[in-house]
Design a protein around this ligand. Sequence first.
Ligand SMILES: [Zn+2]
Length: 391
Amino acid sequence: MIDTSALPVVDVHCHPFVKQGELAAEEFTNLVSFPGGSVEYMAEGSVAAGDDLIYEIQRVRQDVVYFRYLVRRLAEFFDCKPDLDSVVEARNRAIQDYAGYIKHLFEECNLTALVTDFGYPTPQLERAEFIQDMPVEVMPIYRIEPLIAELLKEDLAWADFQQRYDGALAQAIEHDGYGGLKSIIAYRTGLDVSPLSRTPDQGLQALDAIQRGIGGQAMKKLRDHLLCRALELCIQYDVPMQIHTGIGDYEVNLTMCRPALLMELLRFPTFRACKVLLVHSGYPYSSEAGYMANVLPRVYCDVSEGIPFAGGGARRIYSEVLEMAPVSKVMYGSDGFNLPEVNYVAAKLGKMALARALGDLVDADLLSEDEAQGAAGLILAGNARRAYALD
Ligand SMILES: [Zn+2]
């Protein structure tokens, strides 16, 4: 039997949480549920808008398997009745000592480091303030899209735009302690980025077309160029690039977020040198991400978001990724946001599902028990520690 329960965990993709005091059961439900956006926003503009739809969205969030699992794991943690009200009541008592509560949660699942994308939530949270309450090492990640939005507002000439963009990314990595970059281009113009977009001429032409209000594809061309540039800077500074692949909140284009769309870009000679993490291993296209980690020398994948939010799919996600990905290139992550309880429950589920997925490989005599136990240590922490040079 593979035992992962005591192993240390590094959460390779998550977000800072908002310091929250006592919460009502509905507020708690909304904050820990996927996709994390506000219920009011989801209901806005709908024909059935209003309290009915808000109430309905809130209620069905509690019917998701992940949510039921979360309530039961937290009830165990608090040693209280396994229902939402009892859990929220116990949580509201524990949160009085905010830092102490998080320490207890993280110790209980042996969560030892967070690789944290500060690009969500917006407006962005104060880094020092978040880190000061964390009992573990936090490696911040810099998201490129807020920078692009800021520069676009300024109506800059291309030479200035280019200089400011490069300068901000270099500053983040070299001086501000960011351990790597992140892009959510899948949410904006899609993952089908041509590697030839790297020419600065494309950036110049696209920015000019945007400013003059001509050319429907100009924004895509500009974003594609800027992603290429970010990859080049990651190569230069030897830090990983995280690229969102697969599901996200309901705005994501579910057919243009497949990892396969990145193949042309990532196999291009220049970009093959870049360490790229396919965030969420492109769930539900997980085996595709595993394949890319196999054939492309510096491509990795993490299991975040699918774990924990796909609940019962957790074991299958590991199994699918591990069909082709080397065990040295798969990383655990949660995509936890809003509240630390998400990171906690994800770590519990992530460990349990990994033990089962690796156990299947041992049962089939595809791995020895020692090999599977070694793989568990790498996937839960070792691979991320190496990629992000964590202490
Ligand atoms: Zn995320």
